[in-house]
Write a protein that binds this ligand. Sequence first.
Ligand code: SF4
Ligand code: SF4
Length: 384
Amino acid sequence: MDRAPEIGTSGILPRAEFPRLLEALRAEGYSVVGPTVRDGAIVLGEIRTDADLPIGWTDRPDAGTYRMERRSDEALFGYGVGPHCWKKYLFPARDHLWTARGGDGGLTIDPVEPADPPRAFLGMRACEIAALGITDRVFTGGPATDRSYAHRRGRILRIGVQCGTAGATCFCASMGTGPGIAAGADLVLTELIDSSRHRFLLTVGTEEGARVATRLPLLPAPAEAIVAADAIVARTARSQGRRMDPGGLESLLAERLEHPRWVDVARRCLSCANCTMVCPTCFCHTTEEVPNVEGTESEHWRRWDSCFQLAHSQLHTTSVRASPRSRYRQWLTHKLGTWSAQFGTSGCVGCGRCIVWCPVGIDLTEEVAALRVAPVAPSGGAAR
Ligand code: SF4
Ligand code: SF4
């Protein structure tokens, strides 16, 4: 293609030409990361060739379980979402933020510039693109910008893939965050496989995406391919295994702080923090100082933390949220309620990871449904 395609236009990339997309990304200076198979799961890692992708694999997530299975075709993106989310590249689990140095000249603070290369995120799902919009607001949308996040975020290219399979734990359709990708990606792919052809509908979302598309041997997109892509998205939305009505949750949760369901869920919750580690929008962290033995300098590190950890709410000598009940309630009421006042949207995009990777299968869609049912007033007194 000689001229850069216009934003919003689509073309067909035959499967046989898919390696040209990886070459084009590298030619534009990006290191490519995307889905790959490791340890029985589809996780994010470096993509050097298309053979690194989960060709012919799908996943079977459900509450507290995850399995991979072979597909009957050679789809590259024929799965939902695995345990990893893209935040690990933008907000790493451990991040050296600055080093403080003391000496005769006084104290100096030297910020650490992240050394990460520009990255192409290949295979972002609609819910993950929505989650990126949320973490952008958290880290860069307030009066102070997080330098480390902003540096990495400014160097990524987002290649979305519209979902063609729905997991039993997916509910992005009901949250309004997927499975179609309307905005927020530089390029959008829809994988089209039928008995005789394997191809991708590629749609340009931004000028950066157009630069990559210029390097590709795209064919004109026939109307039937666009219809087929829309049909895939509609079928995926219909077949999602869960749903959650986000309407009115902020006020509902504020009214139900003493609902008996919090006691019920606390009996099951292990406070393991898995749900927050796999959630694409959870951003709780703590900081560590690592001094050298001479005591002349100290490295300041940020590390993922969780509101399920007792120490996370420690003030002076005590933890403000000492019980599993108070910690689960804090997580859910923030994620689905007070997050809206703080950041303007729900903190949940319906990816379902917290359901899958909870070792006891706690399902926030079930918890919310239970909380919607008004508690029965004890005889002789009002319900609280
Ligand atoms: S709360 Fe659960 S379903 Fe919602 S975005 Fe986080 S991991 Fe996904
Ligand atoms: S809800 Fe599940 S994943 Fe989250 S802390 Fe409790 S047991 Fe762990």
